[in-house]
Structure formats: C-alpha cells, structure tokens
Design a protein around this ligand. Structure first.
Ligand code: MG
Length: 306
C-alpha cells in the first residue's frame, strides 16, 4: 500500500468540489422517534412513538393520530431538538453508526460524506432538525471516528495539511486535533428548526422580505434555501480570498426528500445558478432506496443553466 505523505501537495491540482448534505435517511438512517397519540378502539388516546418513515404515512391520518395533548407539535418533535439533560442527536447518531457496524445498510450519501471528509473538502450539513450547530458538528466528529478507518483518517490529515500549506501558507502545523478543529470550523452546520437559526434567517433582509411576501411558504424550506445560499457564499469568499479563480468549482447537494429536491433545484435554477455563474451545481435525489447513490441531476453549469 502506498505510503501517505505527511502533507499532500497534490490537493492544489484537484478540481474544487464542495457538498451540502441533508442528514436523516441521506447520510444515516436515524432511530429518532416522533411522539404522537393514537386513538384506541374504545375512543381513548394513547401515547405512541413512531419512526420518521411511519410518520410520513400517518401524518395525514388526523382521525387516528394527533400531536401529544400535553405540548403539541413541540412535544411531538422533542427528540429532534437539543435538551438540557440529554443529547438525543448524538445518541441516535451512535446507534445508527453501530447498526452499520453490525451490517445494516447506511444512508445513500454515507459514502459521499466519508469521501468528502477523507479528501478534506469543505461541506455543510443542512437538516430540518432543531439542533444547534455545535451538536451537529459533534455528530460529524463521531462520524469521523466510526466511519473512517485509521488509514482514511491519516489521508484526511494529509489532505488538510495540504490545503493549509497552499491556501493558508502554513508552514508549522498544529496537532492533528488542532488541524481537525480548524477544518471543522470552516464547515457549516445548520439545524434549520433551531430557534437561533430562525433568528438569523429572520434578520436577513432578503428573507425577511420573502417571508413577508409569501406568508404561506413553509419555513423549513425557506430556511434550507437560506442555509444553502450562506454556504455557497462562504465558498465563494473562501476561494476569492485564496486567489482561486481559474479552477472548475462544483457544489453538490443531496437530500432524500423529493419535495426538498424539487424546491432546491428550482432555487438553484432561478437564483443561485445565476448569481454564482462560474459554479456547477449538482443535486442528488436520494429518495429511491434501490439506487446506490441516488439520482444525479445537473441543475446549473458554469455560465449557463441546464
Ligand atoms: Mg432526509
């Protein structure tokens, strides 16, 4: 096996590729449950917990299922937000990764996230959950420990040092832990149902206007758009700061929710593709579980829209 160099100088010759990942059923099949009440044969309501897949089916069955009478929808999605006394997201991430170790099939973009990390590329996690950026970043750290082999982690460090040397002109590197901190701090983590995230969106003049103009728009979708735009802008400025102007840049987005795929594709076509003309945008629809990596859609090519 080829020895891994301490610093991979070849990163400079690579095409620029960046990725935006939805988390649930895209990277990992999470065991997180939704709390509901179910109508029994005798007409009484009994608390039940259902999977996200089950919820997609029963959510419209309002005759037999409803949000908990004590706490409503906030209580229903309790495990999708951070709590002072428990970190549901980290526990569920570990459980999902353990199941993969025991032979269960990972999410369709699991390998894409592994490759992104191994290559040391910048990425964003964009999820309709209510967790803080810190919680999502910690879950990525857990993912790195579980999903990457020792050799893959070594490769990641070699690539990270390569980027640091060529882009940040670093000559003396920090410890592996410090370099990993730096890398992960350059990536974005957006739990769009987190109230702090909502505050940010609400204070953005463009989105404030959009919410006002279109009050019926579903907030999670607008917030996802906001998170994606934020990351693409971050990439644009990072490339500019590093003097990268002549290389092809592609940005990938993957989601298993066909509704999100449709909305984000349209957003890229109508806005992002026009605004960031030099970028290629690729959307991966990972809703079909029979396809290994999902369906690839090129939404916008540099200088023109598809
Ligand atoms: Mg999903």
């Amino acid at each position: 096996m080829k020895a891994i160099p301490y610093v991979n100088d070849e990163v400079i010759t690579r095409a620029e590729k960046y990725y935006i990942f939805d988390w649930d059923d895209n990277i990992l099949h999470m065991p997180t449950k939704i709390r509901l009440e179910h109508k029994e044969a005798d007409g009484t309501w009994k608390p039940v917990e259902v999977s996200t897949a089950m919820f997609a089916i029963v959510r419209t069955d309002t005759e037999n299922y409803r949000a908990p009478s004590d706490g409503g929808w906030d209580a229903a999605f309790k495990y999708f937000a951070d709590a002072p006394d428990a970190n549901y997201f980290l526990c569920d991430t570990i459980e999902a990764l353990e199941r993969i170790e025991h032979g269960e099939k990972p999410g369709p973009s699991y390998r894409a996230l592994k490759k992104t990390l191994r290559e040391g590329r910048l990425f964003a996690i964009v999820t309709a959950r209510g967790h803080s950026a810190k919680t999502l970043e910690l879950a990525v750290r857990v993912f790195i420990k579980y999903a990457l082999t020792d050799r893959e982690r070594e490769e990641m460090m070699s690539n990270l040092r390569g980027y640091r040397k060529h882009f940040d002109h670093v000559e003396k590197f920090g410890t592996d832990a410090e370099e990993l901190d730096y890398y992960l701090s350059m990536c974005h983590y957006s739990g769009v149902m987190d109230s702090r995230f909502f505050e940010r969106v609400k204070h953005d003049p463009v989105y404030l206007e959009r919410i006002r103009e279109n009050p019926t728009a579903r907030f999670p979708e607008l917030a996802k758009e906001y998170a994606i735009r934020d990351f693409v802008e971050h990439i644009f400025h990072t490339l500019k700061r590093n003097g990268v102007t002549d290389k092809p840049v592609s940005i990938g987005f993957s989601d298993d929710d066909t509704n999100n795929v449709r909305i984000i594709s349209r957003y890229i076509e109508n806005e992002l593709g026009r605004r960031f003309e030099g970028f290629k945008f690729v959307v991966y629809d990972t809703s079909d579980r029979t396809l290994e990596k999902g369906r690839k859609l090129v939404v916008s090519m540099p200088g023109k829209l598809i």
